[in-house]
Design a protein. Sequence first.
Length: 104
Amino acid sequence: MKEKLLATREVSHILGIPEKDIIDLAKANLIPHYRVAGEFLRFKREDISRVKPTIKKKYNVTDRKHRGAERLRDFFYFNDFYIVSTVIIAVLLWFIVKDIVFSV
């Protein structure tokens, strides 16, 4: 089975630093990386695990164990359109169905 290469966003979450910093580190050849289609950066998990202590020390990143609030915030940030759309559809359905159900 082939090893799955990590995208910049995944490496950013693993190391706890912004994606832009990951890109800058890759351009400076401080993180082993691969270019897919000449443009997209990909990383091996074992390479990231190997450089993680060095990067954490350089950026003074502490391990975050309580990431529940951050994950919840990310969920709402990336899914806000779908959440708002669902609420609007539910309200519209309520107005349609309540007349049918309560008119009897």
